[in-house]
Design a protein around this ligand. Structure first.
Ligand SMILES: [Zn+2]
Length: 262
């Protein structure tokens, strides 16, 4: 079967038909694959407040696109394996999206520094972000081409499917959130994830519904100031970031100008 051969070669599916049986990257069985979201749909849906589309900034940050239902991949997971992530996805939605009004703002004078999470299940939130990272790495969708875990892909798979312990605390999560726009929801644009380094320490950076998620994939510890911002079992903070003075805003502005010039 041509598609199976393509998969073995790690190639991109060009002749994939919906519902075709190919190897699931979760269980490894030859099963019917489903439309699997990498970044759960509700992070996209959050963007729809100001219109019926959402803004998506593609890899390389040079091109803006519009999406109606978010990016999904029909060549990676069967229904059962995707179902494993459903619990993580639902919990993340409950805490980070629906529960945001329960976050306690942290002020320094009149400056909003961030928010403190209410008591939460740290393991579930960590598993959620690691599962998004793993899904992005196994995906062949162009939007996720910046994510390639290489040797760590199987390591992470053990964690997200079998709850293997992250013994070296290699994977840590840091959350930032853009301050809400005065109008519209431009700050919630979904931007393609990328690999970044902070003083040599390697991270993947995701943009989801106004959150900027930093996932450390390095055995070395984060620099001291960033260690303080990592999500922990008993304490979670989200750092506030001003969207309009951010690098991302600059990229987005350029892409928007090109988009409307076309
Ligand atoms: Zn499967």
């Amino acid at each position: 079967m041509a598609t199976f051969w393509d998969l073995k070669k790690g190639g991109v599916f060009t002749n994939m038909h919906k519902g075709e049986h190919v190897t699931c990257k979760g269980c490894g069985y030859d099963k019917k694959l489903i439309d699997a979201h990498i970044i759960p749909k509700f992070f996209y849906m959050e963007l729809r407040a100001d219109g019926n589309h959402l803004n998506v900034l593609h890899a390389g940050n040079e091109r803006i696109g519009r999406s109606f239902k978010g990016d999904y991949d029909n060549s990676i997971l069967c229904k059962d394996c995707d179902g494993v992530f459903e619990k993580y996805d639902d919990y993340a939605k409950k805490i980070l999206i629906n529960g945001f009004n329960l976050f306690r703002p942290i002020w320094r004078g009149s400056e909003l520094l961030g928010w403190e999470l209410p008591p939460y299940d740290f393991s579930k939130i960590k598993l959620f972000f690691l599962s998004v990272l793993w899904r992005a790495s196994i995906s062949t969708r162009p939007f996720f081409k910046g994510v390639d875990l290489g040797m760590l892909e199987s390591d992470l798979k053990e964690i997200v499917f079998n709850r293997a312990v992250d013994i070296h605390n290699r994977y840590t999560i840091m959350l930032c959130k853009f301050l809400p726009s005065k109008s519209g929801t431009l700050e919630k644009t979904i931007i393609a994830p990328e690999k970044v380094r902070v003083r040599e320490i390697v991270y993947y950076k995701f943009y989801m519904g106004g959150y900027i998620v930093w996932v450390k994939i390095d055995k070395r510890m984060a620099v001291r100031v960033l260690q303080k911002c990592e999500l922990r079992r008993l304490k979670g903070v989200v750092l506030a970031t001003d969207f309009y003075s951010s690098v991302e805003y600059g990229d987005l502005e350029k892409a928007m100008i090109d988009f409307y010039a076309e």
